[in-house]
Design a protein around this ligand. Structure first.
Ligand SMILES: [Zn+2]
Ligand SMILES: [Zn+2]
Length: 646
């Protein structure tokens, strides 16, 4: 310890001398009254601190206001405390679990002997508003272990966490009015900072995410600095609910997941299957045109294969347990369902002598793989156990990597950006601390990925250290209609599997060399991609993907024969058509076609039948009708299908 003053370096590089022990609040006040009012927390040598925490040493300090994203996180975590304050008031015996800020909000886990109802949430929300109105300061105290145990003597969840803290760890507790919590902080200065918030829902959650521990009740909420931000967020949530692929999947009869078969295993019903088939065809056609070979490989394999690849034991938790040997095989042989195709494609590569003239060798396969995901993370089509991947592996020389990356990027551009209008977001993940292979190879590979993107005029972010242990990769995300980013294509370099499978090619120098392997998927999994598409389009698929492209609706039974004749001609032209000649009112049948989101409705009455025409209603155009010859409709829809028009 030295002198009575500390030197605080501000973001603009200027230095302020303050008395040792001065707080962020003191600093803000010294700079100006406006900042003193606006400051929410302080960044001290890179860590976020409470505004009221004394600064004891020279430091770099920035004061955070509503404009800083970190401040929003502090507000949200503080909101979790305010939520717990309110819950404790209404449910005094509630045990207190974890209460972190999360993307767009916060949650807190409570041990209570009931399930929270929507009415409970309303009461809790009112109690939170009262805690905010009373504007309790958040007061930080550092205590020793004995004191911490005393404070939380009646809360077994907190005691368990205290017991896990290391001896050298600072134990801090925070009090806001009647509530005290074990927490590292930081928090907003007082509860009055919480103004624009909403509790969203409650759900069961295992203590520490462990299904062997007790079930707690988790309450989710959201908090913002401005009312318009809260309103916009709630609107986005509402849109997301309206677009929920699980609800639309049932409504449009696209798919189901059935308890009798198991969680995370998808049944594609006829209307969903056609979408999957069209997407599969689109990517397979593109693969063939791009110089890939199509292959098919077994779904189960002796588990020895995954020992060679290294997936066992590393990846074992995500694999289904082994099954016994087949007939007439040795007793100790075990089989596994495949969780990925890469080792299989290595075996095809290895099945014959390869020369540099054979490279690049591009093997593609739209294949089902099985991953033993925990049931808690499964979510409709977005997270499943049976996945259909549009997988491919390119075996090439180091010199060929860039051209192959270009090829993959072009496919992504055609199949994802152009076809669906998605805006793409690129990230290059570089070498992690734990890795295989020498630095020179990594350096070259990372450079190649970045140069390829740059030469394509693509901007990207770098995820330093985010690569897999076997190679760097390009991750591509796409943004949907309501602004959400989804995990999309990946292009991954791999130096490791060729090594493990001892893959070789004979070079121009007549010596054996090791090829590089590129793993790439464009859609990723068909399940997740279709789940994303359902939500992106809110079930209103573009014509080329729509399970039913045209619905013919006769005005009365007198036109049934004509309607079927029109349908036959459309079918003969290759369109997907259905006639709704049910004995229901015209209005009812039109409404039905609208809720089924059929792109085109061809209404036919006496006049249309006589003129060999139809009255066309396009999806979303309301009651507007356009009378046209049958052939004109065929030309129009076919042109849209060919163009994959949006
Ligand atoms: Zn806290
Ligand atoms: Zn792979």
């Amino acid at each position: 310890m030295s002198g009575p003053m500390v030197r605080l370096t501000l973001p603009d590089g200027s230095v302020r001398e303050m008395p040792r022990g001065a707080t962020g609040r003191d600093l803000a006040a010294a700079i100006g009254p406006g900042l003193a009012r606006a400051a929410i927390a302080a960044r001290v040598d890179g860590a976020i601190w409470d505004l009221g925490r004394p600064i004891e040493t020279d430091a770099t300090v920035a004061l955070l206001t509503e404009r800083d994203p970190e401040a929003l996180e502090v507000l949200r975590h503080s909101s979790a405390h305010i939520l717990a304050t309110a819950v404790r008031e209404l449910f005094p015996g509630a045990g207190i679990g974890f209460g972190p800020a999360i993307e767009d909000g916060f949650y807190y886990d409570f041990q209570v002997d009931r399930t929270f109802t929507p009415e409970d949430l309303e009461r809790i929300e009112r109690a939170m508003a009262e805690v905010a109105r009373r504007d309790f300061p958040f007061v930080r105290e550092v205590v020793d272990r004995a004191e911490a145990n005393r404070r939380f003597a009646d809360d077994s969840l907190k005691l368990e966490r205290i017991a896990e803290l290391g001896d050298d760890e600072t134990i801090s507790v925070y009090t806001d009015g009647p509530f005290v919590d074990l927490c590292r902080g930081p928090h907003v200065p007082s509860t009055g900072r919480l103004k624009h918030f909403k509790l969203l829902n409650a759900a069961g959650a295992y203590w520490r995410g462990d299904e062997k521990r007790q079930m707690l009740q988790r309450i989710y909420g959201t908090a913002w600095f401005r009312q318009e931000d809260l309103d916009a967020y709630l609107h986005r949530l509402e849109e997301a609910r309206r677009r929920d692929h699980r609800v639309l999947g049932r409504q449009l009869d696209l798919f189901s997941i059935q308890e009798i078969v198991g969680p995370g295993l998808v049944f594609w019903h006829p209307k969903g299957a056609i979408i999957k088939w069209l997407l599969t065809r689109a990517v397979e056609d593109d693969n063939v045109a791009s110089g890939y070979d199509l292959v098919y490989t077994p779904n189960i394999t002796r588990e020895e294969l995954f020992r060679i690849s290294g997936h066992l034991p590393l990846y074992e938790a995500n694999q289904y347990p082994p099954m016994a040997a087949g007939h007439e095989e040795s007793e100790d042989v075990r089989y596994r369902a495949k969780p990925m195709n890469c080792p299989m494609h290595c075996l095809i590569y290895r099945s014959q002598q390869r020369s540099y003239r054979d490279l690049p060798l591009r093997l593609s396969e739209v294949a089902n793989v099985y991953r033993n995901e925990r049931s808690g993370v499964l979510h409709g089509l977005l997270r499943v156990r049976g996945l259909c991947m549009d997988d491919a592996h390119i075996f090439c020389t180091m010199d060929q990597i860039e051209a192959e990356i270009f090829l993959c990027l072009d496919q992504v551009d055609r199949l994802v950006r152009q076809t669906f209008g998605f805006e793409l977001d690129f990230e290059v993940s570089t070498r992690p601390p734990e890795r295989l292979g020498d630095d020179a190879t990594w350096e070259q590979a990372e450079q190649t990925l970045q140069t390829a993107l740059t030469r394509k005029g693509i901007t990207f972010r770098i995820d330093e250290g985010g690569g897999a242990f076997y190679g760097p990769k390009i991750d591509i995300k796409f943004r949907d209609a309501i602004g959400r980013l989804w995990q999309g294509p990946t292009i991954q370099l791999d130096f490791q599997l060729p090594e493990r499978f001892e893959l070789e090619y004979t070079g121009a120098d007549n010596h054996p060399h090791r090829p590089v392997m590129i793993h790439r998927a464009i859609y990723g999994t068909l399940e997740r991609f279709i789940g994303n598409l359902i939500e992106h389009f809110a079930g209103a698929f573009p014509v080329w993907l729509a399970p039913e492209q045209v619905r013919v609706v006769p005005i009365s039974a007198d036109q049934n024969a004509y309607a079927h004749g029109v349908a036959s001609r459309l079918k003969a032209a290759g369109l997907r058509v259905h006639v709704d000649d049910r004995n229901e009112t015209l209005n009812y049948r039109i409404r039905e076609a609208e809720t089924q989101k059929v792109p085109y409705m061809a209404v036919v009455g006496q006049r249309e039948a006589e003129a060999d025409s139809l009255a066309l209603r396009a999806r979303g155009a309301g009651k507007k009708q356009e009378v046209m010859p049958v052939t004109a409709l065929i030309d129009r829809v076919l042109a849209e299908v060919r163009a994959r028009a949006l």
